[in-house]
Design a binder for this molecule. Structure first.
Ligand code: ODT
Length: 175
């Protein structure tokens, strides 16, 4: 099965269960979008409200105004779509000078207990491929992925046409 890199053909997590997805995830890998924002020490915590809606907070080190380094505190709300693993994420920062926006938020694959692969295409090109995407590899463990999850994650990076485009996201514990 060869990936055709069409955004419309990207397979997402089947029977996605947001309750099992809730809780804390540590980003261990990231493919950056144009205009990179979150650098490292990225931790996201998802919650399901009494209304059944998913929200999240994220923290991470950012550099704004070219050289000002700080810990960003971000918030997101998730709008559901007919496909359970595909959300629209509205996000903003605790401070007004942080990024805000509305991105796709797709869960490509997860076992809920160890790893999750997130993907967002911001701009679809005229040929149907993605012109500006970002993707996070999440682990439940700040130390990284378990060895047995790595082949699955590599396969999904390949299917996203992003193999080789990720960098490691360090957790230095200094935030
Ligand atoms: O780092 C970038 O360049 C793009 C980051 C987009 C902003 C993320 C805002 C986070 C909002 C609240 C948390 C949600 C969790 C999201 C999980 C994955 C996407 C970052």
């Amino acid at each position: 099965w060869a990936q055709d890199c069409q955004v419309a053909n990207i397979q997402v997590m089947q029977n996605f269960n947001k309750t099992m997805y809730a809780g804390t995830w540590y980003a261990v890998g990231k493919k950056d979008p144009d205009g990179l924002f979150l650098l490292d020490n990225i931790v996201a915590t998802f919650s399901i409200g009494e209304d059944g809606k998913m929200t999240a907070t994220a923290k991470g080190r950012v550099i704004i105004l070219d050289n000002w380094e700080m810990c960003a505190e971000m918030f997101g709300t998730f709008e559901e779509t007919p496909e359970p693993a595909k959300f629209k994420m509205k996000y903003w920062g605790a401070a007004s000078y942080l990024q805000s926006g509305n991105d796709n938020h797709w869960v490509i694959d997860t076992d809920y207990d160890n790893y999750a692969i997130h993907y967002s295409c911001r701009v679809v090109d005229t040929d149907g491929t993605c012109l500006d995407s970002y993707s996070l590899i999440f682990s439940r463990h700040p130390t990284g992925l378990r060895a047995e999850d790595q082949p699955t994650v590599t396969q999904k990076k390949l299917e996203l046409c992003l193999l080789g485009k990720y960098r490691r996201v360090p957790h230095t514990g200094e935030m």
